[in-house]
Design a protein around this ligand. Sequence first.
Ligand SMILES: Cc1ncc(C[n+]2csc(CCOP(=O)(O)OP(=O)(O)O)c2C)c(N)n1
Length: 359
Amino acid sequence: MHIIREDGSLDPRLDPGLSIDQVVALYKAMTRTRVIDDRLQRLQRQGRIAFHVGSLGEEAAIIGSAAALRDRDWIVPCYREVGALLWRGYPLQRYVDHMFGNADDPVVGRQMPDHTFSREHRYLCVSAPIGTQLPHAVGLGWAAKKRGLDECVGVFFGDGATSSNDFHAAMNFATVYQTPTLFLCRNNGYAISLPTDRQTATRTLAEKATAYNMSALRVDGNDVLAVWRAVREALQRAREGGGPTFVELMTYRLGGHSTSDDPRIYRSKEEVESWRRADPLVRVRKHLEQRDVWDDDIDADWRSACEAEVKDCVRRAEEKPAPELREMFTDVYKDQPPHLAEQESRCLAGPRAPEEDQD
Ligand SMILES: Cc1ncc(C[n+]2csc(CCOP(=O)(O)OP(=O)(O)O)c2C)c(N)n1
């Protein structure tokens, strides 16, 4: 499914009828995410943060999905979806503090960068082993259903995750128990260096849903309105008791897998260039220009506002102290077991603690 055509006009048969202000908000959020990604990539190269996993080229798939969900619905991320969290109003300063692992980081430096969460924004913590978030999302949906709550769950994952055991367990459980779970598969062409056609023998990923008797949609994931429409349709089905839907979002990872990756080793310049022409930001901007609500000057102003915002957050984050050493021992057990209490006191005493304390 495509809705925004090459020339920026909309397919009238599929136009989901968002107001122009809503489309501007989507474009602004997508651009802001890209500016943040760009800044974090540079900070990693300068050695100021340790790691970043970005969403370059996948902004429509992520922001479009988040926008189609309601605030009461849960988002279960993979690891590239901070744009969805920011869409929900998560403070950028808190995210940047997390990226620096400083004292104000919600996980006080105990997680890798880009492994944040927010209960307040109904955004689960990133679960790094591939596919493990899928059964979590089905469980959340099942719990909501059992409690009679009007809450659905959108879970993000990549094409690679469809080869994990957890994917199949989650798909099966979701249809057997008809959980209100939306399987949002960002098919970005690669699982690090492995292309999708070496990941699976099926022609599409969406057809895997058929084996589980699950509804499926396959849409242009670089078309933010197509993403919005597909996810809203899946949400509607779940709310009406129609169970889960698999949504395959066809997109492309324009950047490396993460700052630890060099994609030039396994894919051609030509391939990347051809996808650059399908950039999701360019696509929606064309539509806004056609509607006379956006131009070069407005765009430049918005981007510099985003850059200034990130720069300010980075400056503040770097001024903050590191977490206290004792934070390593907090939030693990409600009642700290004695062996951990002993380790904590030795650790806090430091390496110069008297020998007899360090047996
Ligand atoms: C169980 C497991 N195996 C391997 C890894 C290392 N790893 C991290 S990301 C990744 C690729 C995942 O690709 P995909 O699911 O397509 O998501 P994408 O990164 O493309 O968004 C791998 C293999 C891991 N995190 N967990």
